[in-house]
Design a protein around this ligand. Structure first.
Ligand code: NDP
Length: 287
């Protein structure tokens, strides 16, 4: 049996069409949803990511601002820019592209973003709200994965879910969302002993390690749903995931491709979070 391919690009298009409809409705009520994206430095991968995010905003009829700064920008200058955007009524979402240059503390920067505009969902109060079951913004990548699982009709209640990777931006919030949906969740990291004993139990396997093709078909439970979050650029310029797609698709029931799986969903959910921020803003002003 060969796995069904989960088409993240198609689902993302559907979500973006709905976002455009909501953006139009908001604009008609005098609130054009606005996203500010800040990029510090000239990492080629980050340049592509921010361009994609800004273009997606424009296509959805939203207002977007891209602020690019030299890698030598001071932390104080960056914090001052964030403060200005926190007070800008045309901006409902603020995103600072990570990673930042080494002289800037990412925690201090994320905490400087107003929690109500933190559309990445990385602010400590948004992480706390997620953890306590009252999410304001769900981090975009795990949120996109949940939408894909929902679209697949995956039964999460009582399912064994294994998340390989435990970062603040992917692995940990992913585990929290799966747990909130009723799954029994195992989180693995680089120190996990005998990783395969965990991954082979997974009805739902989410891999986010940044290690190209590290999970092979032999480590996957037959018929499992496999979500590959990884985006790795190989020496030949091609992209691959953290799952070995060719061997995995012979075993899994369904699998996301790279590219065309989780990546487009992450951008779609960023737009959803920005729309939700703008809708909340309108609701507050009409109270
Ligand atoms: P991080 O480097 O922040 O975290 C990687 C995690 O994987 C860590 O918890 C690490 O463990 C764990 N890990 C590393 N090696 C192994 C291993 N051999 N076995 C088990 N666990 C391991 O990465 P991110 O979470 O930021 O990103 C992960 C991947 O997802 C990357 O490829 C990235 O490009 C991609 N990504 C894709 C997005 C998308 O939109 N599709 C969005 C964000 C990221 P430990 O904690 O022990 O160090």
């Amino acid at each position: 049996m060969t796995a069904r391919i989960i088409d993240g690009a198609a689902l993302a298009r559907t979500i973006r069409t709905d976002v455009a409809r909501r953006a139009e409705a908001l604009t008609a009520q005098g609130v054009k949803p606005g996203l500010a994206v800040i990029l510090v430095g000239d990492s080629p991968a980050s340049q592509v990511y921010v361009r994609n995010k800004v273009n997606a905003c424009e296509q959805a009829g939203m207002h977007s601002v891209l602020e690019k700064y030299e890698a030598g920008m001071s932390e104080a200058e960056l914090l001052a820019r964030i403060d200005a955007l926190n007070h800008d009524p045309d901006i409902h979402g603020i995103l600072v592209q990570l990673p930042l240059p080494a002289h800037i503390d990412p925690h201090r920067v994320i905490e400087a973003i107003a929690a109500a505009k933190d559309v990445d969902g990385f602010h400590i109060s948004n992480a706390g709200l997620l953890m306590t079951g009252q999410p304001l913004f769900r981090p975009c990548t795990p949120y996109g994965v949940m939408k894909m699982l929902e679209h697949e009709g995956a039964e999460l209640r009582g399912a064994e879910a294994v998340v390989v990777g435990a970062s603040n931006i992917v692995g940990k919030p992913m585990a929290l969302l799966l747990q909130a949906a009723g799954a029994t969740v195992t989180i693995c990291n680089s120190k996990t002993r005998d990783l395969a004993t965990h991954t082979r139990r997974a009805d739902i396997l989410v891999v986010a390690t940044g290690r190209p093709r590290m999970i092979t078909g032999a480590q996957i439970k037959p018929s499992a749903i496999v979500i590959d979050v990884g985006i790795n650029r190989l020496d030949d310029g091609k992209l691959c995931g953290d799952v070995d797609f060719d061997s995995a698709r012979e075993v899994a029931g369904a699998i996301t491709p790279v590219p065309g799986g989780v990546g487009p969903m992450t951008i779609a959910m960023l737009l959803v979070n920005t729309i939700e921020a703008a809708e909340r803003c309108l609701a507050q002003h009409s109270d």
